[in-house]
Design a protein. Structure first.
Length: 593
């Protein structure tokens, strides 16, 4: 029999404190050491985005979350083929009070609202080239089964009990709040209303009997997990923040609501009077996708990387690992955390009317252009500000001028009339710097370029591993600039194919630049897949030659044969990335504001 306890709302947001009436038996939580089971163990890796609420249409922040996950997953596939060894799933979070209320406000049934908005997310992700292998909706039967099974495991472990919950609940954030996180502000009718200090969303007082999860027993296991896995939460300041939270109060967590209050959700097995708390429901989606509770899920868990926004860190880095440990499973392998996009310095919100529609952006700036912008400018550690002019400037300078210009310079008929990958001359560009001789043409800066591009794939991989994708793109962009400098320095347009003195060096200059472009194209695939495909196809690089493992930059310089020498370039298919058209009316407006 479950015992009724009085739950007082104290401590950190989202949890309640219980005055324990029950014995708390010491428990040992098993974990198959997540940190040691490397993703590369059998090559499998599973990436997730948060599942998105369907109370409103998608905005650029949602797309950003999904793009980060997509880029990580695509990069992983390039590192460890075959691609079949990855799973990647976004989805929609469709239950809970927030959705129940949004549907009522819109005059729709919850199912109608969910179908409508979930379709918008799916269309957006398809349009944006999100290379997912699944899309989960929490209203699916497979998910209900997984959640109810998971609940049963927690219950069998003695980790759920009934208690009387009394405290603040924020429906917009779907979380419980302690008194210290609530402020009183003038409401629309002038009277004072309670709101969440963190989000500013209204809160309401709740008093009901719920099922409670023994979260308080997990402080030590969670600390041990994080101490043993210093890269579990990346970037590091977020891991530090979680460890800090774990030093504070960790009261038990209410994990159900009265069905009369919340009917739009998954019923507690064996107790229809209660609906499972939407966050527990939502988090289990990560298991549903990999087949839980069927044992097939074990080949994907815990080789999992969750990509999340900073606002949902507590749910993923405290509640979720505690729930998993409680159910006898390991915490996820990695949690990658990003910050938010603001618009002209303000938080994006429907009420402020400043929500940026990602579909319009993908149309205006192209899929690759907008993907590049968000990932090049988005810094996980800090919030980033969005405005149209910034997009135009970045894309024109880095994709159209620098990268597109470089490709054009090396492939244009005028400079490369044979339309082939010219040979590299080891006498003009010896492997050893500093050699002198009549045919040696390479200069000190050229060796610096070769060295920078040689180490670029490793540098990029490290940045991905540290969830600093913008730094990976910055590194590529720096090398693109360096390569343009190389071409500029040697001015191949002044050299003559007919001259026996010039020809080998002219071929070498073009060869080196094309090799650099091959590296850039390969490394840009996770971020700008269509543009990279266009670039690599123009260079004549076949589909099998596009993985990072196959890169082998400038092999002739390193004393190996080069499979590209003499190969015909691919067909000319126009500008790699056209400059954004200055005459477009929206652009004129963007420049003025
Ligand atoms: N449904 C929960 C997640 C459950 S995961 C088991 C949720 N949904 S959400 O739609 O509100 O947010 C989804 C993701 O979008 C979160 O990672 C959140 O941080 C991110 N973003 C929401 N607004 C954002 C910005 N303005 N900028 C960047 N990301 C933003 O939370």
């Amino acid at each position: 029999m479950l015992r009724v306890c009085v739950l007082r709302l104290l401590g950190r947001a989202g949890t309640g404190r219980v005055s324990l009436l029950e014995d708390s038996r010491p428990r040992h939580y098993c974990s198959d050491s997540p940190g040691n089971r490397d993703l590369a163990g059998d090559g499998r890796a599973y990436f997730t985005t948060p599942i998105f609420y369907v109370n409103a249409a998608p905005h650029i922040g949602h797309l950003y979350s999904a793009l980060l996950a997509d880029a990580l997953c695509r990069h992983r596939r390039l590192l460890v083929p075959p691609a079949a060894a990855t799973r990647f799933s976004p989805g929609t979070d469709e239950h809970g009070l927030k959705i129940q209320q949004a549907a009522a406000t819109a005059g729709l049934t919850p199912t109608e609202l969910c179908d409508r908005v979930s379709a918008q997310f799916q269309q957006l992700f398809q349009k944006a080239g999100i290379s997912s292998t699944d899309f989960i909706r929490t209203t699916e039967a497979r998910h209900r089964l997984a959640v109810q099974h998971f609940w049963g495991v927690l219950k069998a472990q003695g980790l759920l009990y009934k208690g009387l919950y009394e405290g603040w609940y924020c429906a917009s954030d779907e979380c419980f709040l302690p008194e210290t996180k609530v402020a009183w502000q003038p409401g629309p009718s002038g009277d004072s209303c309670p709101v969440s200090l963190e989000s500013g969303h209204p809160v309401s007082w709740t008093k009901e009997e719920n099922y409670i999860f023994r979260l308080s027993e997990f402080r030590k296991p969670l600390q041990r997990w994080l101490w043993g896995n210093p890269q579990a939460i990346t970037p590091e300041p977020f891991q530090h923040a979680v460890l800090q939270w774990l030093e504070e109060d960790l009261p038990d967590l209410s994990v159900s609501r009265r069905s009369s209050h919340l009917h739009w959700g998954i019923p507690v097995p064996g107790d229809d009077s209660q609906t499972i708390y939407v966050w527990l429901d939502a988090l289990v989606n990560y298991l549903t996708v990999i087949g839980y509770p069927n044992s097939e899920f074990k080949s994907w868990w815990p080789a999992t990387s969750h990509i999340i926004g900073k606002d949902i860190l507590k749910f993923h880095a405290i509640y979720w690992p505690a729930l998993l440990l409680g159910a006898g499973m390991s915490p996820p392998h990695r949690i990658y955390v990003h910050s938010h996009w603001t618009v002209s310095g303000q938080k994006m919100s429907k009420s402020l009317g400043n929500v940026v529609d990602p579909r319009t952006c993908l149309d205006r700036y192209t899929v690759d252009g907008f993907r590049y912008f968000l990932l090049r400018q988005g810094v996980p550690n800090w919030d980033c500000d969005y405005y149209d002019e910034k997009v135009v400037k970045l894309l024109d300078s880095e994709l159209a001028d620098a990268l597109g210009g470089l490709l054009n310079r090396c492939t244009a008929n005028k400079i490369n009339p044979s339309g082939t990958y010219p040979a590299f001359c080891t006498t003009c560009f010896p492997s050893e710097p500093g050699l002198v001789g009549p045919s040696v043409r390479a200069q000190t800066e050229d060796y610096a370029l070769v060295s920078a591009v040689t180490t670029l794939p490793k540098q990029v991989a490290d940045h991905y591993d540290n969830f600093q994708i913008y730094k990976a793109l910055e590194a590529v962009s720096t090398c693109v600039r360096q390569t343009n400098g190389f071409v500029q320095r040697h001015a191949p347009w002044k050299l003559n194919w007919e001259s026996p003195v010039d020809a080998p060096w002219l071929g070498t200059v073009l060869h080196v630049a094309l090799e650099c472009l091959r590296v850039f194209g390969t490394l840009l695939q996770p971020v700008t897949p269509n543009l990279a495909d266009k670039l690599l196809s123009r260079l004549g690089v076949s589909a099998r030659e596009r993985s990072i493992g196959e890169l082998h930059f400038l092999p002739r310089f390193y004393g190996h044969p080069c499979p590209f020498e003499g190969r015909r370039l691919g067909p000319e298919t126009g500008l790699l990335f056209p400059r954004l058209d200055q005459s477009k009316t929206w652009l004129v407006k963007a420049h003025r504001t």
